[in-house]
Design a protein. Structure first.
Ligand SMILES: N[C@@H](CCC(=O)N[C@@H](CS)C(=O)NCC(=O)O)C(=O)O
Length: 226
């Protein structure tokens, strides 16, 4: 069977949660990295991207776009989508919340000065502490088997782990004051596939640097869809 192929930039961005979900499904994957405007325009002209946007995932003879659709396909394929419609609704709510909070940080490296980057990170943290972390802290109070929904790992756990990993790379004490989240996160890191994915050499990407920002700006001709 052909490995899935992820089309995206050489950085976290919107592609990172898809990398996490592929790892959660135990699927090895290849990457086609976008590096030039010409390459991107040719791919658009060839009809590779339904809405002219990435990430795009080639999998099972399909070209999937839209992060939500890709994530849910992988969740179904990897049995990470609960056991019934109610569990799926809960998983969707936590997944979308984790994705929203992660996406709120995507613009940070694109700010033009260090001060502006710091200011944006402060604003992101206001949302984390004021809106998202309290929800997850409460949800994890009575969880079973360290799972946000039901008694087995789901896409919601994967997305929350992905988001917290990125936030902790920005600020190591980000979970201070959230004991349930901290305990849960420590437990996630012990899960075999997660500890492997966190180890050096995996297909996880580091926090974006200036080179990543330049590439995205060039490929998308400064019309950022972030
Ligand atoms: N709703 C889409 C948004 C994708 C998106 O905005 N991708 C950006 C790169 S991170 C892009 O391709 N922008 C180019 C454009 O919108 O023309 C998704 O969830 O996948």
């Amino acid at each position: 069977m052909k490995n899935p192929v992820l089309y995206y930039f050489d950085g976290q961005g919107r592609g990172e949660v898809i990398r996490w979900m592929l790892a959660a499904c135990g699927l090895d994957f290849e990457e086609v990295l976008l590096t030039s405007r010409e390459q991107y325009l040719k791919m658009v002209a060839d009809g590779l991207f339904l809405y002219q946007q990435v990430p795009m995932l080639e999998i099972d003879d399909m070209r999937l776009v839209q992060c939500g659709a890709i994530l849910r396909y992988l969740a179904r394929k990897g049995n990470l989508y609960g056991d019934d419609a109610k569990e799926q609704a809960m998983i969707d709510m936590y997944t979308d919340g984790a994705q929203d909070m992660f996406n709120s940080s995507l613009g940070i490296p694109f700010q033009s000065t260090e001060n502006a980057k710091d200011d944006m990170w402060k604003k992101v943290k206001e949302k984390l502490f004021g809106r998202y972390f309290p929800v997850f802290e409460k949800a994890l109070q009575n969880c079973k088997n360290s799972c946000l929904v039901g008694a087995r790992q789901s896409m919601a756990d994967v997305l929350l782990t992905a988001a917290l990993t990125s936030f902790q790379a920005r600020q190591h004490d980000i979970l201070d004051g959230y004991p349930n989240l901290q305990k849960w996160f420590d437990e996630q890191k012990k899960i075999e596939w997660i500890s492997k994915f966190l180890a050096p050499g995996s297909k996880r990407k580091p926090l974006p640097d200036d080179k990543y920002v330049d590439t995205v700006n060039t490929v998308l001709n400064f019309q950022l869809g972030l």
